[in-house]
Design a protein around this ligand. Structure first.
Ligand SMILES: Nc1ncnc2c1ncn2[C@@H]1O[C@H](COP(=O)(O)OP(=O)(O)OP(=O)(O)O)[C@@H](O)[C@H]1O
Ligand SMILES: [Mg+2]
Length: 430
């Protein structure tokens, strides 16, 4: 009986469980009717269980498998090793239909603010659980398992954390058979990943605004206090990610959402497992590039310190509405930039203005980043000292994170410093 219970516990899907139970009852009925010797009885029970489990698993092949020991594909994937780099722009209606068919979700009207990589919309299942479906923008560059979209895929396997709003599922399209497949872990990808185009990611819906939206509506009475709270929650999620060997690499106000209880991190487009964070991949958003992204990186990898730099620039953005893209005290080539881009052909007025704006931002960030760590600290303290009167030590912490890569504090020292700051504010009754 014990063996039968152990066996049942290895049946991970409902189909397998139902099949194994039916097999078990059939075996027991056979024993009751024919009363065979003990060895034959055991063989009957085990054969019933095994046959039932196998039949059950085939009757219900697509159901969601929660176990870590079983394949993560919701529908078995063909093992095709031939590389296929052809890109096909897939009609969005087909993607929507695949989400309806494979995940049994229904779309709601609500759309989130558009992102640069995709459009997020609200969906729900039969039980009323709400999901955010991000249909990724398809471009000529989207060659399947490519740079940007690989991030969403990497994030599937980060262990769960309440403030980490990472994808639960990823919708892939096999370029060879043109079928859609749903995955919830990278474990099952044994063939050539380039065989697949990443079409959409599905995460839990957050009922709240992203911080960019929230700050724009001006509902934040004490932005520095708010900035410190955001830093605390983001630090908690980053500590979780770094401990599990993942980097986010795109921390900014658009990618942090206000939740019912604190602030959550979204958008895993640039996320990587640490050993895969190549130096050659541009990552993040220009305003938040750390200095080491511009210079040759001897280690060939961007480590966790990139997230810490971005955490600091984001904290400044939340607290005082300033980021390195606004640094105007360095050499100014705006006129030269403007006239160079004005000569470029085939640009609409809007495209030209956008290009000029981003080139000037890059210039400002380069200027800010080329200051020495000490000069950056002097600049920030001089400019923002008054604004941080609620908590000057918060500005010190930001400056420590904006030091050069070699001198930048690690996440554990920052956690300790943050706890100290919170405790001293509490003891002062602020
Ligand atoms: N889980 C979610 N629940 C509710 N809204 C969300 C969720 N995920 C994202 N959003 C909203 O959709 C917007 C765009 O999402 P996301 O940042 O993932 O897309 P993106 O295209 O990669 O953005 P970016 O412009 O930063 O590259 C977010 O800024 C947020 O407002
Ligand atoms: Mg985003």
């Amino acid at each position: 009986m014990l063996t039968a219970i152990q066996f049942l516990s290895t049946s991970t899907t409902d189909g397998e469980k139902k099949g194994a139970l039916t097999g078990l009852y059939t075996g027991l009925a056979f024993i009751k009717i024919f009363n065979p010797p003990r060895e034959v009885s055991i063989a009957c029970v085990l054969t019933g269980l095994l046959a039932g489990q196998v039949i059950g698993s085939h009757l219900d092949p697509r159901e969601i498998n929660q176990s870590n020991n079983t394949p993560p594909w919701l529908k078995p994937m063909p093992s095709i090793s031939r590389a296929d780099n052809s890109t096909e722009i897939v009609d969005e209606r087909k993607i929507t239909q695949a989400i309806k068919d494979l995940l049994k979700l229904t779309p709601d009207e609500e759309q989130a603010p558009p992102g640069t990589q995709g459009q997020v919309s609200k969906w729900h299942d039969k039980q009323g659980k709400i999901f955010a479906v991000k249909v990724l923008k398809q471009t000529e560059k989207n060659r399947g398992w490519d740079t940007l979209y690989r991030g969403e895929a990497s994030a599937l396997d980060i262990p769960k954390h309440p403030k980490l709003i990472s994808p639960e599922y990823l919708l892939l399209r096999n370029k060879a058979d043109r079928q859609f497949y749903l995955i919830r872990s990278l474990d099952g990808v044994t063939g050539n990943q380039n065989q697949y185009q990443v079409m959409a990611s599905v995460s839990n819906w957050v009922d709240g605004q992203d911080l960019c939206d929230l700050l724009r509506t001006g509902k934040v009475p004490n932005a520095v206090k708010f900035g410190l709270d955001v830093l605390g929650d983001t630090l908690e999620v980053l500590t979780h990610m770094h401990t599990n060997n993942y980097v986010h690499r795109d921390i900014k106000i658009e990618n942090i959402m206000q939740m019912q209880d604190g602030y959550g991190l979204i958008d895993f487009g640039f996320c990587r497992r640490l050993e895969q964070a190549e130096a050659t991949t541009p990552c993040g958003t220009a305003e938040f590039y750390p200095p080491e992204l511009w210079s040759a990186n001897p280690s060939g990898k961007y480590g966790t310190d990139i997230d810490l730099w971005q955490l600091a620039t984001t904290s400044l953005d939340v607290s005082v509405g300033w980021n390195p893209g606004d640094y105007c005290d360095g050499p100014d080539n705006s006129e030269e930039i403007r006239s160079r881009i004005s000569l470029e052909k085939d640009l609409t007025r809007e495209q030209r203005e956008k290009k000029i704006k981003s080139a000037i931002t890059e210039q400002n960030v380069t200027n800010f980043n080329s200051l020495s760590g000490a000069k950056r600290t002097d600049y920030l303290k001089d400019k923002f000292h008054d604004k941080f009167s609620y908590c000057p030590r918060f500005l010190d912490l930001i400056c420590q994170l904006l030091d050069s890569k070699e001198n930048r504090q690690d996440i554990h020292s920052i956690n300790a410093l943050y706890t100290e700051i919170k405790l001293s504010l509490e003891s002062e009754g602020v």
